[in-house]
Design a protein around this ligand. Structure first.
Ligand code: PFF
Length: 481
């Protein structure tokens, strides 16, 4: 049975896949701009503390649940108790809603990548719109849908290959490549006049944002939300990847390596983007348009060399995005494959990934067609955004943020509610219901020592649930109040 299900070829392969899942748009896009918006250095410190005391603990919990049961999210909880299957279902639903907009953003990244490639070949890659391409592309619906499809198909091709021959093979090459490309971008940015201001912003000890209760809470909840998203927690992705890990591997060490690599790449991305903004006089806090509008203009203003650079940069972002989205698809695929096996059938990976991709594409279509609610361009798209469906006026005061655009709406569902909820229930289950002993046993089964048992006990029982509760309350307040 075990063999039939497949497994990672090597621990390095598993690590590259897991780090690939963790390193994504959240690192390259979310981390720098959230750091920019939340006081730079203060944010970094809080983030690091959260990674150690909450992120790495939840990571171990998810990997242990997955490896112990050898099943994806739904089946894994089901093995602890039939009544707990729905907890895994929360993860599957979260992964699904996240995919609806992650795929659209991945498609946009591919469009920018192709734009620079064409420029490199001497062809106008941005339809004569160069500097205002962001405003243009959001209303170029044909391209939005086309690149959405191309991104989804890239996922199908990789996931279809299976765990070892598809996901592992791809990420083992892609992740080291991403690391070196990012290094290259950092070095280039560092040579630009004015970049120094960006480092100062990042590294000057300024704890002022944390000095008021309100400020402290705001930084903590933003950093915690970002941390969960960035480490791919609460969506069943690490349970799923853990379920394909051989019993001989050191689970606890892996649960440290993944957050360490993810955090390193997030800080590296900030080292590229924030000094880049400083050098080109751009706003650190320009939000979602930072990755597209801002960075594109940086490359365009560099002349011919900028085309090569722009291509490299967006290629790097594409790799980061696709190695994350395949893990989300794998949550769904493994769930369905396990289900088939439970019924004594084999299950067809290709059919499952194609159906999952088609459904997530269809539900993601409004994301691609509402021009992100028209917020950046003052011009709504061709399908009504949620606020329009509710009869609200464009740009009206008091329209809650989460109905601005379909992207925000699905983001609230997945990242805002389902993800922290799933993680909260998981830590409470591990700390109080299943008890941490099973984590210990799962770690020791490989012959490795279970380190820091008391710290983990305290984290699973108290620190982590409290941390996750703060995220959940923070997200709900942000989106609904
Ligand atoms: N960690 C990814 C990022 O930082 O972009 C996003 C993500 C992937 C979240 C997979 C959750 C997940 F299960």
């Amino acid at each position: 049975m075990e063999q039939e299900r497949g497994s990672w070829g090597t621990n390095f392969g598993f690590l590259m896949a897991a780090v690939g899942s963790a390193v994504g748009l959240g690192n390259i896009w979310g981390f720098p701009y959230k750091m920019g918006n939340n006081g730079g250095f203060a944010f970094l410190i809080v983030y690091l503390l959260l990674v150690v005391f909450v992120g790495a603990v939840v990571m171990l919990g998810e990997l242990a649940i997955g490896r112990k049961t050898g099943l994806g999210a739904v089946g894994a909880y089901g093995q602890f108790s039939k009544k707990h299957r729905w907890v895994g279902g929360i993860g599957v639903a979260a992964a699904f809603f996240l995919l609806t907009f992650y795929n659209v953003l991945g498609g946009l990244v591919m469009r920018y990548m192709m734009g620079f490639l064409l420029q490199l070949m001497g062809v106008d890659g941005f339809n004569g719109q160069e500097m205002s391409f962001w405003n243009y592309i959001l209303h170029d619906y044909g391209s939005m849908v086309f690149f959405h499809i191309v991104f989804v198909v890239s996922n199908i091709i990789i996931v279809m290959g299976g765990i070892e021959a598809g996901i592992e093979k791809f990420t083992t090459v892609a992740m080291p490549a991403l690391f070196f490309m990012l290094l290259f971008v950092i070095i280039y940015v560092a040579t630009q006049p004015g970049a120094i201001e960006g480092y100062k912003f990042m590294l000057t000890p300024n704890l002022e944002p944390l000095s008021s209760v309100e400020g402290f809470f705001s930084v903590v909840k933003t950093a915690a939300g970002q941390m969960f998203f960035s480490l791919s927690l609460g969506m069943g992705a690490m349970i799923t990847y853990g379920s394909y890990l051989n019993k001989g591997e050191d689970l606890q060490k892996n649960s440290w390596i993944i957050p360490a690599c993810d955090t390193l790449v997030a800080v590296m991305a900030a080292c590229a983007v924030l000094p880049g903004c400083a050098a080109f006089g751009l706003d650190y806090a320009s939000g979602p348009s930072l990755l597209f509008n801002t960075m594109q203009n940086v490359f365009l203003s560099m002349g011919t060399f900028g085309n090569l650079f722009g291509f490299l940069f967006y290629f790097l972002v594409f790799i980061a995005a696709v190695t994350s989205s395949i893990s989300l698809f794998e949550v769904i695929v493994t769930w369905k494959l396990d289900q088939a096996r439970e019924r004594g059938k084999k299950g067809n990976r290709t059919v499952i990934i194609c159906v999952a991709a088609a459904v997530s594409f269809a539900i993601g279509l409004p994301v691609a067609l509402d021009a992100i609610g028209g917020w950046f361009t003052q011009k709504p798209g061709i399908v009504p955004a949620p606020y329009q469906l509710l009869g609200m006026e464009f740009g009206a005061e008091g329209v809650p943020m989460f109905i601005d655009a379909w992207l925000d709406f699905f983001d609230v569902l997945s990242e805002g509610i389902l993800m922290p909820l799933g993680a909260l229930i998981m830590t409470v289950l591990i700390g109080w219901v299943y008890k941490t002993n099973f984590v210990r046993e799962e770690c020791e089964i490989s012959g490795h020592k279970y380190r820091l048992p008391k710290v983990y006990e305290a984290c699973f029982k108290f620190i982590t649930p409290i941390g996750v509760t703060i995220v959940l309350i923070g997200q709900i307040m942000d989106f609904f109040l």
